[in-house]
Design a protein around this ligand. Structure first.
Ligand code: RM4
Ligand code: MN
Ligand code: MN
Length: 412
C-alpha cells in the first residue's frame, strides 16, 4: 500500500469520527466541474511582452487538444470556455468546433464576446459616445449568440472594458443608460435557455471610471435584465482586501451568483494560478458555496454556479499552470466540504467567537491531498496529475508538431 493510501485511511477514520460522510465528500469531489479557459492554453503575455512557449496552441483545434489532455489527467474539466475573437475558425462556422471537442470528450462552456480589441473601442463599446460603435458592438453580441448556439453552449460571459480615463471625459449617467441598453440588446438576443453572466472589474483598462465597476453594478444590471442574468465574480477584480466571500454569500442569498473566473492575485488583476497567493480566501469562498448548497433557500443557485479558470500563464507552462490551478481549486473545495457545519452553527449561535473560528480553521488545516488522490484514482486518474502530464509525453509531442508558432492573447 502506498503512503498516501495509508494516509487516506487514517484521514477517513478521523473524518468519520468528526461525523463527516466521507463517501459523500468523495462523490461531491468527483462531481465538481471546472471550465478550462481556451485563452489560457496559447501563449499569453504581460503588457510588455510575450514569452513564447514551445508547443503552444496555434488555433482553436490545438486548444481543444490541450484541454482534452488536461482533462485526461484531472478528470473534473470536461468543459472548455471560449473567448470568441481568440477562437475564430477559418470559415466562421462553429458546429465543427463542437464536434471536434465532443470527439475528445469535451463540451464548450461559457462563451465570451470580445468588445475590447478593435480600434473602434477606444472610447468603449456599448457605453461609447459613438452610436456606430454601440451598434457594431450589438451586432457582435448577436453574432456571439449564434456562435454560442453552434457551439452547443448555454452561457455567455460578458466583461466590458468600458470606462473613462479622466474626470469630465464623458457623462457618467448617460453611460449607465447606454450600458443598460446594450446589455438589454444582448439579453434579448439570447435563446430562452441561455444564461448571461455579467463580470465586473473596478479598473483597467480605464483608470478613472469603469462602467461595470463592482458587484453592485453587475447586480443592478442583472436585476434590470431578468432571471437569466447573473453576476460573475472574477477573483482578481476587486480592490485590495475586499471580502470576496462575503460578496459571494450575498449574491448566493439573492439568487444572483452565476459564476466565477478563478485565479489569484497579489496586487490587482494578476491572473496568477488559482490558490497560489491566498488559498485561505479560495477556501472561504468554497465554504460559502458548500454552506449555501445545504440550505434549501440557496441550494438551487449554488448548484448552477459555473466555475471557470481565467488566468494568464506567462512564466509557467500554460498546461501545467492550468493543471495546478485545477488541483488547488479541488483542494479548496475539498476543505470546504470538511467543515463541521452543525458544530459551527452551534458555536455561532452561542457567540463563541474562538470556537467558531477554530472549527472553520480545523477544516482549512486538514491535509486533503490523500483524499484527492483517492478521488482521482477512483476516477481512473493518476493520483498526481502533474506527474501524469509530465510522464505522458504530450508536451514532447506538441513541441515537435507545433514548434514556436503558437498564438497568443493580449500582446501575443
Ligand atoms: C479581463 C476579464 C475578462 C477576460 C479579459 C481578457 O480582465 O477578466 O474575463 O476575458 O480580461
Ligand atoms: Mn475574468
Ligand atoms: Mn481579469
Amino acid at each position: 500500500m502506498e503512503l498516501w493510501e495509508r494516509q487516506f485511511n487514517l484521514l477517513a477514520d478521523m473524518l468519520t469520527d468528526r461525523g463527516i460522510d466521507v463517501v459523500g465528500v468523495i462523490n461531491a469531489l468527483k462531481n465538481q466541474v471546472i471550465e478550462l479557459p481556451s485563452w489560457a492554453v496559447g501563449n499569453s503575455g504581460t503588457r510588455y511582452g510575450v514569452f513564447r512557449q514551445v508547443g503552444a496552441a496555434r488555433h482553436i483545434w490545438d486548444k481543444i487538444d490541450d484541454c482534452a489532455e488536461i482533462q485526461r489527467v484531472v478528470g473534473v474539466c470536461p468543459v472548455m470556455a471560449s473567448h470568441v475573437l481568440w477562437d475564430v475558425t477559418e470559415d466562421g462556422r462553429y458546429e465543427p468546433v463542437r464536434e471536434y471537442a465532443a470527439a475528445r470528450g469535451l463540451r464548450i462552456g461559457t462563451v465570451h464576446p470580445n468588445t475590447f480589441m478593435g480600434q473602434q473601442f477606444r472610447l468603449g463599446s456599448v457605453c461609447s459616445p459613438e452610436a456606430a460603435t454601440r451598434a457594431s458592438t450589438i451586432e457582435h453580441f448577436i453574432d456571439c449568440v449564434r456562435i454560442t448556439r453552434e457551439l452547443g453552449s448555454k452561457a455567455i460571459g460578458i466583461w466590458l472594458a468600458d470606462g473613462t480615463n479622466y474626470p469630465g471625459q464623458d457623462h457618467l449617467r448617460t453611460r449607465k443608460h447606454r450600458l443598460l441598453e446594450g446589455l438589454q440588446a444582448l439579453y434579448e438576443a439570447m435563446d430562452a435557455d441561455m444564461t448571461l453572466l455579467i463580470e465586473y472589474k473596478f479598473f483597467e483598462p480605464s483608470f478613472y471610471t469603469t462602467d461595470l465597476m463592482d458587484w453592485g453594478m453587475s447586480f443592478l444590471v442583472c436585476q434590470r435584465l431578468g432571471e437569466r442574468a447573473k453576476v460573475l465574480v472574477d477573483l482578481g477584480h476587486h480592490p485590495k482586501n475586499a471580502n470576496i466571500e462575503h460578496i459571494v454569500a450575498i449574491l448566493l442569498d439573492e439568487g444572483k451568483l452565476g459564476g466565477f473566473h478563478l485565479n489569484d492575485c497579489k496586487y490587482a488583476d494578476d491572473d496568477l494560478m488559482a490558490g497560489t497567493i491566498n488559498p485561505l480566501q479560495l477556501f472561504l469562498i468554497f465554504d460559502q458555496i458548500v454552506d449555501a448548497t445545504l440550505d434549501p433557500a440557496t441550494a438551487a443557485t449554488a448548484a448552477k454556479v459555473v466555475y471557470m479558470l481565467d488566468q494568464s500563464h506567462n512564466i509557467e507552462g500554460s498546461i501545467e499552470g492550468i493543471i495546478q490551478s485545477v488541483m488547488n481549486t479541488q483542494t479548496a473545495y475539498a476543505k470546504a466540504l470538511l467543515v463541521d457545519r452543525p458544530r459551527l452553527r452551534a458555536a455561532q449561535a452561542a457567540g463563541d467567537v474562538i470556537l467558531a473560528n477554530r472549527i472553520l480553521m480545523e477544516a482549512f488545516e486538514t491535509d486533503v491531498q490523500p483524499l484527492l488522490k483517492r478521488v482521482r484514482v477512483e476516477m481512473d486518474r493518476h493520483p498526481d496529475p502533474i506527474v501524469a502530464y509530465r510522464e505522458g509525453g504530450y508536451a514532447r509531442r506538441i513541441a515537435a508538431e507545433r514548434g514556436s508558432r503558437g498564438i497568443g492573447t493580449l500582446g501575443g
